[in-house]
Design a protein around this ligand. Structure first.
Ligand code: DI6
Ligand code: FE
Length: 401
């Protein structure tokens, strides 16, 4: 059995039961065999066939980006420039811009090309130490193109560079061929896209954009009922622009996470606490849309709802492939503490994807997914988000090139 000892690390385990601190273990060794952590012990007690000397460097769990729309075709840069030049959103939408321009471009892009673009975009997340990324469909909006997007996510997983959680977001928008017939489109999602792709094991969880510009609470519930009947886990884009009750619906169906939640009320927070639904904060979209309503962080704390932080990386509302920048924004804009921001990309993000047995904390028995940093303290990675502090990214006990 090949064993490796990462020697003399400062380990931020995130294994404190009350999540009261980073779970810091100074001067500890991490013994890895067969891709798993065998032991974390004070330096000097363990030995192994290979040794990686860390001289006190900081080790944290791999980062997790639990909400992205990383796979898409085309660009919305010109559209954004026009908006900045004063052209109204209505005008741009009327000309086929907005989300539907990405739908058109994604449909037109061949799978291999889509894979290449996505692999390239993924690199900036990997360079920051991301080891698990959630990727949504939602720019195909028909069976063939949703399937194509999910296959690209699967291929990113198979590249070995990162673990991927795949989400079906067919209920993201109403495609042009169903214009004015949202119920008919949703019926097609429920009758065809959802069951067929679930049968093919093409995704892990189903998502919906519950909003006055997306799908109503009643439509969201119809989707969740269909998901429940098939045993499909649910999550939602909820309360981003207005209070629709989507987060409470996610909770009612035992959903994994309610995401955005700027307009969430106390009843929704209580429902999420009761159902163990994670709150995913997406400060990139809040910033890029110049929103002013902040998520109810104080209520989430009071009810003990775990908060995750993610990039929401997408071409329309959050073109930022930086999770460390999202952590910084969650602190500055939403008032999270640096510890909360860290928990938001480790333990709580792992829980948001129901992958907490593989990711999010460091302890004996867990797969060896961790980062080695040229840093003194975890706050360094948030305080100066673009400083290249990553020394090693380790997945399954292998140092990634
Ligand atoms: N909320 C958003 O902010 C994005 N999707 C969603 O459900 C917008 C995605 C886009 O504009 O392409
Ligand atoms: Fe999103």
């Amino acid at each position: 059995m090949s064993t490796t000892l990462w020697q003399n690390a400062t380990v931020a385990t995130f294994n404190h039961p009350a999540h009261a601190d980073y779970g810091m273990l100074p001067q500890h060794d991490i013994l890895v065999a067969n891709g798993r952590i065998q032991a974390i012990e004070p330096t000097g007690r363990l030995s192994a066939a290979h040794t990686v000397r860390l001289n006190g460097a900081l080790v944290t769990p791999s980062l997790i980006d639990c909400h992205t729309h990383l796979v898409f075709g085309g660009s919305r840069a010109n559209e954004w420039e026009r908006r900045q030049n004063g052209v109204s959103y209505q005008q741009i939408s009327a000309e086929g811009g907005g989300i539907n321009s990405t739908v058109r471009a994604t449909r037109e892009t061949a799978e291999d090309e889509l894979y290449r673009f996505s692999f390239e975009r993924l690199q900036s997340l990997l360079a920051e130490g991301v080891g698990l990324v959630e990727i949504k469909s939602g720019y195909g909006l028909n069976l063939a193109d949703e399937a194509k997007m999910l296959r690209v996510s699967q291929r990113l997983q198979e590249s070995g560079a990162v673990a991927v959680s795949r989400t079906l977001l067919a209920a993201h928008a109403v495609p042009p061929e169903f214009k004015g017939r949202a119920d008919d489109y949703l019926e097609m999602v429920i009758q065809e896209i959802l069951p067929i792709l679930w049968q093919e094991k093409a995704f892990d969880c189903v998502d919906v954009f519950c909003e006055n510009v997306g799908f109503s609470a009643a439509q969201t519930e119809r989707l969740f009922q269909a998901a429940q009947a098939l045993g499909v886990p649910v999550k939602g884009h909820t309360e981003q622009l207005s209070l629709q009750g989507g987060s409470a619906l996610v909770a009612k169906y035992g959903g994994w996470s309610a995401d955005h939640i700027e307009y969430l009320d106390e009843a929704g927070v209580a429902a999420m606490a009761e159902a163990d639904t994670v709150a995913v904060l997406l400060p990139g979209a809040y910033y890029f849309l110049r929103e002013s309503q902040k998520p109810p962080v104080e209520l989430l704390r009071r009810y003990g709802v775990p908060m995750a932080v993610a990039t929401d990386f997408n071409p329309g509302t959050s073109p930022f492939a930086s999770l460390r920048m999202s952590m910084n924004m969650a602190c500055v804009q939403f008032g999270l503490t640096p510890l909360e921001a860290w928990q938001g990309v480790t333990v709580h993000a792992a829980r948001a994807l129901r992958r907490e047995h593989e990711f999010g904390c460091l302890k004996a028995g867990m797969p060896a997914h961790f980062n080695v940093w040229n840093a003194e303290s975890p706050v360094d990675m948030i305080y100066e988000p673009f400083r290249p502090l990553l020394q090693q990214r380790v997945l399954h006990g292998n140092i990634q090139g």
